[in-house]
Design a binder for this molecule. Structure first.
Ligand SMILES: NC(=O)c1ccc[n+]([C@@H]2O[C@H](COP(=O)([O-])OP(=O)(O)OC[C@H]3O[C@@H](n4cnc5c(N)ncnc54)[C@H](O)[C@@H]3O)[C@@H](O)[C@H]2O)c1
Length: 272
């Protein structure tokens, strides 16, 4: 079912060759949009574009590159803005890196990798996109992909959680700067989502992680994509600065004593 049409509109989605980003790009193309797919992996980007274009009715265009590189991101916005047949007014900053690691042993290199992509990349991509809309005299929509781990502490994800909390705050801060330009900005924060990466980390990901969710299932890229679809629609024109958790109720409840006991015992264990 086509809820509304994005025909004539262009969007950028970063980290979109696989996983949640791919789901979002596919959803926007299904609504008729022209979507510029960024991913760091050129071969996988080309494959994703081919698969999405086979479905239509909009169109996907590959723009591979590092979404943590500010010069690349500025070029990405310029190229998307120059498309002849669609007006760029949607940004989905989805690319993000998850690095697990014990806080006491976490390295500067890991910290830089996580924050360069998740925080710096998201910040400067949003800046480049907003500068473009300001120059064009047009409003638009920005969606930043956060995480439930930006709201609730999770073992061994300190830098990641911190970066995702920063992304949610970026959306809140920028309502002040972007609302006068007619741009809404929101953070969509997924819980546990089954993707190529999470399935690689845990072959029974859907089974293991569904246990956490009151909805008794794991999240799918389509759950996140449908939320993004709503936030870029006319219906969501008065929603800005919000963080919307798409987590099956994971963040809604308090953990049990057994859970905390296990975490505390593990934290006190000396390094082997
Ligand atoms: N999967 C989950 O359970 C989950 C939960 C909460 C939040 N998130 C967030 O959602 C977003 C997407 O998650 P995912 O699990 O689909 O991601 P993922 O780790 O599977 O990566 C998706 C794509 O990003 C690309 N990528 C990696 N580094 C990049 C870079 N520097 N520049 C451009 N592209 C790059 C990868 O090649 C991959 O195709 C991330 O921001 C992630 O933090 C995911």
């Amino acid at each position: 079912m086509q809820a509304f049409s994005l025909s004539g509109r262009a969007a950028i989605v970063t980290g979109a060759a696989t996983g949640i980003g791919y789901g979002i790009a596919r959803h926007l193309v299904a609504q008729g949009a022209t979507v510029v797919l960024n991913d760091i992996d050129p071969a996988r980007t080309a494959e994703a574009v081919e698969r999405i274009n086979a479905e239509g009715p909009g169109r996907a265009i590959a723009d591979p590159g590092d979404a943590g590189s500010v010069p690349y991101l500025r070029g990405l916005v310029d190229r998307a803005a120059a498309l002849p047949d669609a007006e760029l007014d949607i940004l989905v900053a989805n690319a993000g890196l998850t690095e697990f690691g014990d806080f006491f042993a976490f390295t500067e290199q890991s910290f830089d990798r996580v924050t360069t992509l998740n925080l710096k990349g998201t910040f400067f991509l949003t800046q480049a996109f907003a500068r473009h809309l300001r120059a064009a005299g047009r409003g638009g929509r920005v969606i930043l992909i956060g995480s439930n781990v930006g709201n609730r502490a999770y073992p061994d994800l300190v830098a990641y959680g911190m970066s995702k909390a920063g992304i949610a705050m970026l959306a809140q801060q920028l309502t002040l700067d972007l609302s006068p330009l007619g741009i809404t900005i929101n953070c969509v924060a997924p819980g546990a989502v089954l993707t190529e990466r999470t399935e690689q980390e845990e072959p029974d990901y859907a089974g293991v992680w569904a246990v956490l969710n009151p909805t008794e299932r794991v999240g799918m890229p389509n759950d996140v994509a449908a939320t993004v679809g709503f936030l870029v629609s006319e219906a969501a024109g008065h929603i800005s600065g919000q963080q919307l958790l798409v987590d099956g109720g994971w963040s809604a409840y308090a953990p049990s004593p057994q859970f905390l006991d296990r975490i505390r015992r593990e934290a006190k264990k000396p390094e082997e």
